[in-house]
Design a protein around this ligand. Structure first.
Ligand code: HEM
Length: 134
């Protein structure tokens, strides 16, 4: 039985590169990424691997996003919500509807869980708050 793929590797690459092109000029997010990403030529392929693993089950990404984000000082719900807003603005330009919907859904869930984890790590005595736009 032929397997229907959600999306191609090219679609993922295009999504990831378009998204981070927006991030890198965004007044809110650009400074955070500029001060923590030393090497975009390494970050972008890693993010392509992440999305390829999630959406195409290629298992290329082997990292652990939680500690990476927990180590970033000053993350806020506003930053996560802006991240999601830019991500959705990028997927909205995608003609492949199933890919768009699945990518948005995964982004929403991962953003929510990174934000919960971040709060538990940074402020363990405080009740964690949910993202409002997620
Ligand atoms: C406020 C929102 C966010 C900020 C500021 C942020 C920032 C960053 C930064 C600075 C890095 C490290 C890059 C490097 O070392 O080269 C990173 C890594 C990463 N981010 Fe985010 N991120 C955010 C949200 C998200 C979300 C919502 C996702 C997934 C849907 C995500 C997925 C990842 C992944 C997979 C990595 C690679 C982790 C690793 O293997 O080391 N991030 N992020």
């Amino acid at each position: 039985m032929p397997i229907t793929e959600l999306c191609t590797e090219e679609e993922i690459k295009h999504l990831v590169h378009s998204f981070y092109a927006k991030v890198r000029v965004d007044p809110m997010l650009a400074p955070v990424f500029a001060s923590h990403v030393q090497d975009w030529d390494a970050h972008l392929p890693k993010m392509v691997d992440f999305w390829s693993s999630v959406l195409r089950k290629t298992a290329r990404y082997r990292g652990t996003p939680m500690p990476t984000h927990a180590a970033l000082p000053g993350l806020t719900p506003t930053l996560f919500e802006r991240w999601l807003e830019l991500f959705r603005a990028t997927t909205a330009a995608q003609p492949n509807q199933a890919f768009r919907e699945r990518a948005d859904e995964v982004a929403r869930r991962v953003a929510q869980s990174l934000w919960f984890g971040y709060q538990l790590y940074r402020e363990p005595d405080r009740e964690p708050r949910a993202l409002t736009s997620a």
